[in-house]
Design a protein around this ligand. Sequence first.
Ligand code: ARG
Length: 557
Amino acid sequence: MDVKHLFAEELEKKLKDSLNFETILTMIEKPKQEDMGDLAFPCFVLAKTFRKPPKEIAEELAQDLDALWVEEAESVNGYLNIHLKRKPIAEAVLKEIATKQSSYGEANIGQGEVMTLDLSSPNIAKPFSMGHLRSTVIGNAIALIAEKCGYKPIRINHLGDWGTQFGKLIVAYQKWGDPEKVRAQPIKELLELYIKFHKEAESNSSLEDEGRKAFKDLEAGDAEALKLWKWFREESLKEFNKIYELLGVSFDAVQGEAFYNDKMAAVVKQLEEKQLLEPSEGAMVVPVGENHPPCLIKKKDGTTLYATRDLAAAIYRHQTYHFSKSLYVVGNEQTLHFQQLKVVLEKMGYEWASEMKHVPFGMMLKDGKKMSTRKGKVVLLEDVLNDAIELAKASIDEKNPELEDKGAVARQVGTGAVIFHDLKHHRMGDVEFSLEDMLKFEGNTGPYIQYTHARAASLLNKGGYTTTDVVSLNDEDEAWSIIKYLADFPEAVQRSLNDYDPSLIAKYLFDLSKAFNKYYANVRILEDPERLNVVFAIKTVLKEGLRLLGIKAPDAM
Ligand code: ARG
């Protein structure tokens, strides 16, 4: 039941050719105060066409607007304000949700086309950083939202597992490494070796050369170098997989940079044939226009670069998945890289390059500063998630000690808190990390939304609710603001796809939860069984909305 659409159709008929449907639809607003009406249409732009003041236009439109779903239409300050007929609309919305349940809000925007998403993509032999956490949860949510809107998402983990740094790491390991230590704590130990390499290199410049040579050997397939690299990679993946398991995220493909090792020569050859490559200080580059530095393709020593591998990856993805959209959920510090990538592919004649989209995001901060993994202080994400789960468990022990399956619920609440805290911010904004804030059961947090969902589940349980197609409601006035939010869910989903921004859904869920908790405080729900229809709709939409963010909704907590 999309009343905004109905309203726009009605206006289109009335306004004949002065404004088209799409324009009308985008012009329709929601009045700030509820008593002003449910929808409003500004008449100012029509003043010229009709040679009348907006006030009069609104009055005339109001006069012969007698659609079935309109209770009252009035002219207010140049706007046409509409009050909807609450009962039939409320019942229609509740019925639609009762029938469609978790498929409520589905759309067919993607028409079954493929959307590849490059997400997570941590660097092996290094800790999984907060930036990679952001990429993982934002990317996963976008994939879920896209899927709801009819796309077939393909999640690709473009691991940072190739490049000069692994030459350096191999050298460091051969000089100072201890296999036992690496086996015991791979990421910590490898990171320390890498840091030591840089420290030593400050006074010993030949180390850098050794590192470069080791990477050259690795690219050439040297057995010893490959063996070490494989080992580092496996150990790192074991650690990363623990995190993915906690977050409930999986991938369709784990194709790291090394995967493109045998696919780069063809790219370089194509660039040569198309005469796009130019020498620059011994290296080979593709110029990408006045405003950007050139894109580096090959180093002086013949080894390839991050960008070369991304070129090969983009081409491979198009050939393999025939995507209609290809997203890269990567921090905003890599904006230039993705601009260069797109320009080079366009120059190569790939039309699909226009469907590649960098989806950037801001930084995770601690006390206003970037959370660094580089120098010494390492925040291990696995520890962070486990801390969150512990805190959630403590709070369940206190609030609901009898709860069944406490461990599983604590995991859902703890990780849900971390994910929601990230996704509630517009993705471009920076996020201040605070375990304490994210685990509060009050305010704009994951646990608050989950708790509201559990409250709804418990009411349905107590009231002995069973699903039904005959939905009626007596207190449509009390429930009206909830009904309006419920009706808005499909639009919230589509807007978040459109902006590639899950925070729109997070905000929506917070608003819906607040509206429901207000209703709960004012109305004795169990006194009238019809009210359970509202509760069921709330539970359904909260659960589905949380699912789209990658968060579970336990029935009790
Ligand atoms: N591993 C990179 C990093 O941590 C991110 C890779 C992003 N994806 C890509 N296709 N370049 O900075």
